[in-house]
Design a protein around this ligand. Structure first.
Ligand code: ING
Length: 310
């Protein structure tokens, strides 16, 4: 008898700078209720799901920057989401901007959490691959200042027993780096939750724009297939403060197939019955790491140069 978990991806449309967290949480609760009605046991929300994606614009005002972060999780506005999850008996994944004061120093991270059906936080991840640039680039149509506003995540890629299996997380640009999936795959991850805010236009490489959706699916299909796991990719989509972002939220099977995909660039829910044992035949044959990987041979070269050629 296979272990199945019904997983929902709750894509969000644009969030205006002026939209407050309470209003966004209301949108998220509506999607959570729809997910529950469709039998979902866990709902995944996008990266930085509570506010507009502020790394798309430049500011040096410390107070303005801090206003985009959550000091507490749950906080006064997100408590309603935790309460509703508990009431419905649904777990959830949430991407948010974390302000950590626990060390006595202000630390800012692009983070995500896994919450169980009782509303308890069971896992946290802090984004490692921060794309974009640190300096202001006034000549471009928008910025990507994640290197300025966030620290590189210091929690590594972890897995947790959750939602009937083994769950892990990554955030947005992480999904373009195969090592992110492999570190989770080496921990026998069965479902990876990944939120994203991905502009259609890439100022540094405009010729890539036409392939944005293709690359989005390519990296998550390969990550799922090469690590015999489910991948749930959830977008913040649509034109947000003048930045057009891709949608394409989807649920990827360990076969590499897409089993559900959003068709809009607004708030939209997709749901899939995920057989957590579907990856087993891949993990025990093609991707039997112990039998086929020879990391002792190529490990040194890749570690030293980051490439296969010395
Ligand atoms: N956004 C984008 C992403 O990785 C990007 C940035 C887009 C990088 C296209 C490279 C190519 O999807 C975030 N927030 O990481």
């Amino acid at each position: 008898m296979s272990r199945t978990t019904i997983i929902a991806a709750a894509q969000l449309g644009p969030i205006a700078r002026s939209e407050n967290r309470a209003s966004v949480v209301k949108r998220m609760i509506a999607l959570m209720r729809e997910a529950k009605a469709m039998g979902a046991e866990v709902v995944a929300y996008p990266e930085a799901a509570l506010t507009a994606f502020f790394p798309h614009w430049w500011t040096e005002d410390e107070a303005e920057i801090d206003a985009w972060f959550e000091r507490d999780m749950p906080g006064k506005d997100t408590a309603a989401l935790f309460d509703e999850a508990r009431r419905l008996g649904v777990g959830f994944h949430l991407g948010y901007c974390e302000l950590d004061l626990s060390s006595g120093k202000k630390r800012r991270f692009n983070s995500s959490i896994l919450v169980d059906k009782q509303g308890a936080i069971i896992g946290k991840y802090r984004k490692i691959h921060l794309p974009g640039h640190f300096e202001h680039r006034p000549g471009t149509p928008f910025q990507n200042l994640e290197k300025r506003y966030f620290e590189v995540g210091d929690l590594g890629f972890g897995v947790w027993r959750a939602y009937g299996g083994v769950a892990g997380m990554m955030i947005c640009n992480d999904r373009r780096w195969p090592e992110a999936y492999r570190v989770l795959g080496l921990q026998a991850v069965e479902m990876i939750f990944c939120g994203y805010n991905t502009p259609v236009h890439h100022p540094a490489a405009p010729d890539h724009d036409r392939l944005g959706q293709f690359h989005n699916e390519l990296c998550m299909q390969s990550g799922a297939y090469q690590n015999s796991c489910w991948v749930i990719g959830v977008a913040k989509a649509g034109v947000e403060e003048g930045v057009d972002m891709i949608g394409g939220s989807a649920i990827f099977a360990p076969t590499g197939e897409i089993v559900a995909r959003c068709s809009s660039i607004e708030d939209e829910l997709i749901v899939a019955r995920c057989d957590l044992d579907l990856g087993r035949s891949y993990r025990e044959t093609t991707f039997d790491f112990a039998k086929h990987r020879r990391v002792e041979t190529y490990g040194m070269i890749v570690e030293r140069t980051g490439r296969n050629t010395p």
